[in-house]
Every structure is written in structure tokens, then in C-alpha cells.
Design a protein around this ligand. Structure first.
Ligand SMILES: [Zn+2]
Length: 252
């Protein structure tokens, strides 16, 4: 009798759960997989003439190669030289299925949109955005879905300069709502320095510490992600975005 390892069990549970998402079109696994395997001739033709869409299925690159590709995209963003996009054609191709090359857990800050910051196109990034880039259960579920089901094997935890959520947590001030309090309470324990009027150094160190803590929590709080990482199926990358220069800097 075939034994069920924790991973295969979790995969089975995840697959069953995911198929229950009828109506959330981008998450409907069976039809998506079927369509992805059997693209129409028209879609094949579209893919052939759409550079960014055509390269999307090649998510089988190494994690290091994917990170290098994203940093190259960030260099284009910094220089103001994004690649030309054929978004209408890409949209048609991607309707058959998605194979995002990476997962990004970033802050909701309007100045840090991952697709622009990494100069990526439709279908390239599975993005989870929440103030302070914290790993709450729903964010973890989104990352588990992208890793386990869509086979995205790189997750970048992306903090950013002057993060308002980190700044609020550093002040230690009482928040005006229970939800906001829950957010700062999640961030505060990771911060090395705190004070009523945190300067830029305190906030900068806090942003880095928050990224490091969140990256660790992805594995501590998700047995599925921990198992995937242990089997070389998930690489966790830590990074900070600089508002002034547009640069994404990897943390050691
Ligand atoms: Zn922020």
C-alpha cells in the first residue's frame, strides 16, 4: 500500500481545495492545466510572435537564473528602458494558463509595483501584496498555491525604503483600529530599534529586519513551503527596494 508522505498529503489537500475554487477563473486547476497542455493553433501562433509570452512557459530555469532575470529587469527599470510589451497578444496567450516565473511578497505601497520594478509582463509574476509585506495565513496560502500548484519555485520577500507600516511599528504608538494594531504587532517584534520618533536609520534597519523575519516565517509558518524548500523546490530570496534610485538590493 502506498504510504502518503506529508508532502504528497498536503499536495492532495491543496489540489482538492484548489479545485473547489470554481468561479475564480485563474485558479481553476483542471481546465487551466488542460488548456495549457493543448493550446489552439491560433494561440501557438500568437505565442510564437509574442516574445514575453513565448518565454513564459520556460519557468523551468534555475532559481538563480530567474533571480538574475528579475534583477536585469530591475536594471532596465532603473534606467528607464523597459522592454516593449505586446500586452494584447500576451493576454490572449495567457488566457490558456499561467506559469509565473516567480512569486513576490511585497508591500502594498503604491510606489513599489513588482511588475514595473522588475520590468515584467503579464503572467510573469505571482504577486502577493500586503502592507508591511507580512506573512499572514492568507498571504501564505497564496504563496503555497503559486509554489505547489503553479510550480513557481522562487519567492522574493520585497521590503522597501521608508515603509509606512514598518515606521508605524517602530514608533510603538497605539493604532486607531484593531486591524492596524494587528499589523504593527506583527512587524514590531522583528525590529532591532524602536522609538517614538524613528529616524531614517531606525526605519531602514527595521525594513531589512522585517524582510529577514518574514522570509524565515514563510518556512516556519508553512509546513508545505518548508517541505518544498527542503526538496529544492522553493528558493526564498530577501530584497529591499530603494525609492530614490529604483534599485532592488538583495539581502544576504
Ligand atoms: Zn511599505
Amino acid at each position: 500500500m502506498r504510504s502518503l508522505t506529508p508532502v504528497s498529503f498536503l499536495q492532495s489537500v491543496a489540489a482538492l481545495s484548489i479545485t473547489a475554487f470554481i468561479g475564480w477563473q485563474s485558479l481553476v486547476a483542471p481546465s487551466e492545466a488542460h488548456a495549457a497542455e493543448k493550446p489552439t493553433e491560433a494561440r501557438k501562433h500568437e505565442a510564437a510572435k509574442t516574445p514575453e509570452a513565448a518565454k513564459t512557459p520556460e519557468a523551468a530555469k534555475t532559481p538563480e537564473g530567474i533571480v538574475a532575470e528579475l534583477l536585469a529587469g530591475n536594471a532596465r527599470f532603473q534606467a528607464g528602458q523597459p522592454l516593449p510589451r505586446q500586452l494584447v497578444q500576451a493576454r490572449a496567450v495567457l488566457a490558456a494558463g499561467q506559469h509565473p516565473k516567480a512569486i513576490i511578497l511585497s508591500c502594498s505601497d503604491s510606489r513599489v509595483p513588482p511588475e514595473l520594478v522588475f520590468d515584467q509582463s503579464l503572467g510573469d509574476l505571482f504577486v502577493v501584496r500586503v502592507a508591511g509585506n507580512v506573512a499572514d495565513p492568507i498571504a501564505l496560502a497564496s504563496i503555497e498555491y503559486a509554489n505547489e500548484h503553479l510550480h513557481s519555485e522562487v519567492v522574493i520577500v520585497l521590503g522597501h525604503q521608508k515603509c509606512g507600516a514598518v515606521t508605524a511599528a517602530a514608533t510603538g504608538a497605539k493604532m486607531p483600529s484593531a486591524n492596524l494594531q494587528a499589523l504593527v504587532d506583527e512587524i514590531a517584534p522583528a525590529l532591532p530599534l524602536r522609538g517614538p520618533n524613528p529616524g531614517w536609520v531606525v526605519v531602514a534597519k527595521g525594513v531589512e529586519a522585517n524582510v529577514v523575519a518574514t522570509a524565515a516565517e514563510l518556512l516556519e509558518r508553512s509546513p508545505l513551503l518548508k517541505e518544498q524548500a527542503a526538496h529544492g523546490k522553493l528558493k526564498v530570496v530577501r530584497a529591499v527596494y530603494d525609492l530614490d534610485t529604483g534599485r532592488v538590493r538583495l539581502l544576504p
